[in-house]
Design a protein around this ligand. Structure first.
Ligand SMILES: [Zn+2]
Length: 329
């Protein structure tokens, strides 16, 4: 497998040509495109340029599914349904119809565009939280009726408020280790379902996933305890894990990228393919700082580098020059 040098791309209808031109000029060989943005015309362009196309398949987030399945709102440790946070609409990761819907999404993408695809990259493979900030709000979830029924191995039923609070208290104070282990197994179990589906229908496709960029020592192992992402378990089920090493969003220096990649490689048997931030958030990310982050990621990664995202590079000739210089080496 040659190294991947590519972008995450959410094509903008108004800047499509500008973004595509930047992509071609960068010398990238791969692109990760949002599931809903795939079109025959876009895939034809990629094919003509021998670009490898990976589809971003979101799992446990999405405004459309929250509307279709209102009871998919995750329930937090205070017994409250989680609201919508700006663009982020979390979904319960154990909701049976959400899981079925995501498998149907995968089936639909393969039926419609399968011939033009090289792989699937899973996104939002976790319990809900907004992690792309220096100080994330860490809260245990999900205590909805469906999750409680599954954890306690009881038939599905509706919990009264005080009954739910008693169950949450019992889990957090008496069975926390079992709860965390179960959460990680539930997330890995659905990734296994997707792996099994691909093994049957498209064993040639590469399966990857986007992971939180947290070390086990960060926030008291919250990557497992809160997010339910156990990269050892996940790594046995996918070909590649892409830690989202967005250093500026996380309030870190570019050097931190190497720490995350190295720890993930130690903990997982999957390939580790980091995805680096290009966007200006918070504040402007200079071309020089992007170049530094890219250099560190390239040095530590034997799989190549992905960039998040293309539009930020297409808008900035300085960033494009830095990326092209790195991709062409
Ligand atoms: Zn739930």
């Amino acid at each position: 497998m040659p190294p991947i040098y590519g972008f995450y791309w959410s094509p903008s209808p108004t800047h499509l040509d500008e973004e595509w031109n930047a992509f071609v000029q960068s010398g990238a060989n791969s692109v990760v495109i949002q599931m809903h943005a795939l079109t025959d015309a876009l895939l034809k362009r990629c094919q003509q340029h021998s670009v490898m196309v990976y589809v971003d398949l979101p799992l446990f987030a999405g405004a459309d599914l929250r509307v279709s399945f209102p009871d998919s709102a995750p329930v937090d440790e205070h017994g409250s349904a989680m609201g919508i946070d700006n663009w982020y609409v979390p979904l319960c990761p154990n909701h049976a119809r959400i899981r079925a819907h995501r498998l149907a999404n995968l089936r639909g993408v393969l039926e419609r565009h399968g011939d033009a695809l090289h792989g699937i990259w899973l996104d939002f493979v976790r319990y809900p939280l907004r992690w792309e900030v220096p100080q994330p709000n860490l809260m245990q979830t999900c205590f909805c009726d469906q999750c409680l029924a599954l954890f306690f191995a009881h038939p599905l039923r509706e919990y009264a408020i005080d009954e739910r609070m008693a169950a949450i208290h019992a889990i957090l104070h008496k069975r926390l280790d079992a709860w965390v282990e179960w959460k990680c197994q539930r997330i890995a179990g659905f990734v296994q379902d997707i792996r099994d589906f691909l093994r049957t229908h498209r064993p040639d496709l590469r399966l990857g996933l986007f992971a939180l960029p947290w070390l086990l020592t960060d926030y008291d192992a919250a990557i497992r305890t809160i997010a339910g992402q156990d990269v050892t378990l996940l790594g046995r089920r996918v070909d590649a894990i892409s830690p989202m090493v967005y250093h500026r969003l996380c309030g870190q220096s570019p050097e931190w990228i190497a720490d995350v990649v190295e720890e993930m490689r130690m903990r997982s048997c999957a390939d580790i393919l980091p995805i680096v931030q290009t966007i200006d958030a918070p504040g402007a990310l200079s071309a020089a700082e992007l170049g530094c982050a890219l250099e560190i990621a390239r040095t530590v990664s034997d799989q190549g580098v992905l960039l998040f995202d293309l539009s930020a590079v297409a808008r900035d000739p300085g960033k494009l020059a830095v990326v092209r210089e790195m991709f062409e080496r």
